[in-house]
Ligand binder design. Structure first.
Ligand code: SF4
Length: 155
């Protein structure tokens, strides 16, 4: 069976990052075309959660991605605004898209508080990372969707 794949939209060149830019990487796109999935669905959970672009950078400041889903963790902006509810909403919307389009896997941007697969920023806003997954990545994984990051593909 061929893969049906969600992809973090910023990896595909969509300007949905907090600074209105993207994370397009031609080597990654080349690898992606070699993987030759049956379908690629671009998603940005932060936009789907209702956050604007551009937006203030945010990090998971308390708990894990799963904790945020269970309302036990907090995602906050650098300026102190709690955006946990928008992160939960964005993750749920992405899961709906995954189910509607029958996606079985997701290629997600590592280190993001939404999309991070293996690493997330550590909540200090000092460009430091720690092991863990973002809010949307955690929800997809919990629902049986195989998640992997751009570094997993490029290694
Ligand atoms: Fe990219 Fe995900 Fe951040 Fe959207 S939420 S900009 S798709 S890493």
């Amino acid at each position: 069976m061929k893969n049906r794949m969600l992809v973090s939209a910023c990896l595909l060149g969509i300007n949905c990052k907090y600074n209105n830019e993207n994370n397009k990487n031609d080597i990654l796109l080349n690898k992606l075309s070699q993987l030759n999935p049956e379908v690629i669905i671009p998603v940005c959970p932060e936009q789907l959660g209702g956050l604007p672009t551009p937006r203030t950078p945010v990090e998971i400041v308390s708990g894990t991605g799963l904790d945020v889903l269970d309302s036990r963790g907090i995602v906050r902006s650098e300026t102190g605004i709690d955006v946990s509810e928008m992160f939960r909403k964005g993750a749920i919307e992405v899961l709906k898209i995954a189910k509607f389009t029958n996606c079985n896997c997701a290629l997600l941007k590592d280190k993001s508080p939404s999309c991070g697969v293996n690493l997330v920023y550590d909540g200090t806003f000092n460009h430091q990372v720690k092991p863990g997954s973002g809010v949307c990545a955690s929800l997809l994984k919990k629902n049986g969707i195989k998640i992997f990051s751009e570094t997993d593909v490029l290694d």
